[in-house]
Design a protein. Structure first.
Length: 264
């Protein structure tokens, strides 16, 4: 749909997923912290990401040799390919991209391929919804097997404000059962009308170990292409307010195949 404030907007099930006005904030925040954290990301798996903007950001890295994108909804991808050219900028047609339309959990369970970085860009894990089984402990155990040693997982983690952070806390706790290092980070997304959370998980690499100078050095010429993310932004993303840190520490929920959580 077209809006006065945010320009063209993608909605799924009546909820804003992406807006022309600020999609760069979301996608740069999702993609780049994990990519600069890895010393040399060559093979990347993108789960979801139908708009193609995640691919756009990943393709900025010349060392990336292959990106496999797995999305269950061919119709959404085809509609985005047609109507959201400003988002994907031709990324679907890049020779480094392999696009698969299937359930990502089944793909990861069946494949023997391994990746340096895996990006999970899915809708929230609503009970009985299409994404729920891609947020569970069992799923993250499968993800870990598909990461090379020292690999990094980045996850869209839902809202991270006091009135909407139950899901983020549950995802964080669940990742903590599988990976040694879990870091939450967040930024305000105007079209979402709130602070939005992301997570990085790894057994080796800690995004808090990167200072602004190192981030800018690793971005190199990519930095001039970005509107939102740089070294100074990186440091701010991972600084959570005291009340958010306390609320996260009090959340003990784990997402399991047999025990879904309610989004609300």
């Amino acid at each position: 749909m077209e809006t006065d404030t945010y320009g063209r907007v993608l909605l799924l099930d009546g909820k804003v997923q992406s807006a022309a006005f600020d999609e760069h904030i979301y996608h740069e925040a999702l993609i780049h912290p994990a990519m600069v954290l890895h010393p040399h990301p060559q093979r990347v798996l993108l789960i979801g990401g139908g708009e193609g903007a995640g691919l756009r950001e990943l393709l900025r890295y010349p060392q990336v040799e292959e990106i496999i994108m797995v999305d269950i909804d061919r119709q959404v991808v085809e509609l985005c390919r047609e109507h959201l050219g400003e988002w994907h900028q031709g990324a679907f047609d890049d020779p480094r991209v392999r696009l698969l339309f299937m359930d990502a959990r089944r793909y990861l369970e069946d494949t023997a391929e391994q990746f340096d970085v895996i990006i999970s860009d899915l809708t929230d894990p609503a009970e009985a919804g299409p994404s729920y089984l891609l947020f569970t402990r069992q799923f993250y155990e499968t993800v870990k097997k598909r990461l090379v040693p020292g690999g990094i997982l980045a996850v869209q983690g839902g809202g991270l404000s006091l009135d909407y952070m139950y899901v983020h806390g549950a995802v964080r706790n669940t990742l903590g059962r599988v990976f040694k290092i879990i870091r939450s980070y967040h930024t305000f997304i105007p079209s979402f009308d709130g602070s939005w959370g992301f997570l990085i998980a790894s057994d080796l690499h800690d995004p808090l170990a990167l200072d602004r100078a190192e981030v800018d050095r690793k971005l190199g010429p990519i930095a001039d292409q970005l509107k939102f993310y740089d070294g100074e932004t990186h440091e701010g993303l991972f600084r959570l307010p005291k009340n958010i840190r306390r609320a996260l520490s009090e959340n003990q929920t784990i997402i399991d195949d047999a025990h879904p959580v309610s989004v609300y």
